[in-house]
Design a protein around this ligand. Structure first.
Ligand code: 2YP
Length: 268
């Protein structure tokens, strides 16, 4: 059952400000064009929590780093109708496939909580590709335990302790696998030719038991690879004022990035 809470599309003038001319999105970065519409949308954490029984929540007016990327990806995957609209039901179908294991909502544990599994699911379903796997030789091994180590941080676990064992099984099934990434030391301030406007950027972390600590969308600003993201410090969706390399350098818990790209869907 889809509960459409709010479907606000914030129309935002293209970000052109003195000294911050946004690189014109390359043709085809539909992701970036859609993401730009979310600029200034408030950052609100936990919009998917308190959702018992688990059902599909759509709230495009209050986003965190992950739900922003999910809403932008779901909309980008939808075919655009001649009048520019997209079908709400198609949006909901894609969002469900993005957010839930194999696209099936079977309780809280079926939500793809760890980005490593969120990526695996998207690759398996054919709507994203792992560009880092193809382009970067650097790898890290998954050791996931954050949610089962800190159940008190998740209301759905604090209120239902029996769920922790299921989450732990999911963590253990994913752990041990390696994934490709670009370390912060390797990433140039001007990015790479193979990182494009509109790509999904997952920021990897050295936080014990966690693989990724933040998500955003790649955008080149004056030739520097930057990030369009829902910022918990700025409390809204912004384009980073500094390059992604400088963001990574300023946070000792951040180790590098994974780069994912939306795959055009052959219209069914
Ligand atoms: C995810 O956290 C949650 C999902 O349960 C939730 O915390 C985990 C392991 N997963 O459904 C989803 C949407 O709210 O958020 C994200 C979180 O980033 C926050 C949202 C942010 O920076 O705005 C994803 O996991 C993306 O990076 C990590 C980060 N979680 C932690 O740092 C614990």
């Amino acid at each position: 059952m889809i509960r459409i809470r709010k479907y606000g599309l914030v129309l935002t003038l293209l970000l052109v400000a003195v000294g911050q001319t946004v690189a014109q999105p390359k043709e085809g970065s539909k992701m970036l064009n859609i993401a730009m519409r979310y600029l200034d949308v408030p950052y609100v954490a936990h919009t998917l929590e308190g959702n018992e029984p688990e059902e599909l929540v759509v709230n495009c007016d209050e986003v965190d780093c992950t739900t922003l990327v999910e809403y932008v990806l779901a909309e980008s995957l939808c075919p655009t109708q001649p009048n520019g609209d997209i079908s709400e039901s198609t949006f909901g179908e894609y969002l469900q496939r993005i957010r839930y294991r194999n696209g099936e909502i079977r309780g809280y544990e079926s939500r793809l909580h760890y980005i490593a599994e969120w990526i695996n699911n998207g690759v398996k379903q054919g709507f994203i590709e792992d560009v880092t796997e193809a382009r970067s030789p650097e790898t890290q091994k998954l050791q996931l335990s954050y949610m089962s180590d800190h159940p008190q941080l998740y209301s759905a676990l604090a209120n239902h302790p029996e769920r922790v064992a299921v989450i732990r099984q999911i963590e253990q099934a994913l752990s041990g696998y390696s994934f490709h990434y670009v370390s912060k030391e390797t990433l140039p301030i001007h990015g790479f030719s193979w990182i494009q406007n509109g790509d999904i950027i997952a920021i990897t972390t050295n936080i014990q038991g966690l693989d990724v600590a933040h998500l955003g969308i790649a955008i080149y600003v004056e030739g520097k690879l930057s990030l369009l993201h829902a910022s918990s410090s700025e409390k809204k969706v912004v384009v980073s004022k500094v390059a992604l390399k400088q963001m990574l350098a300023s946070n000792s818990r951040w180790t590098g990035i994974r780069v994912l790209r939306m795959k055009e869907q052959t219209s069914r």
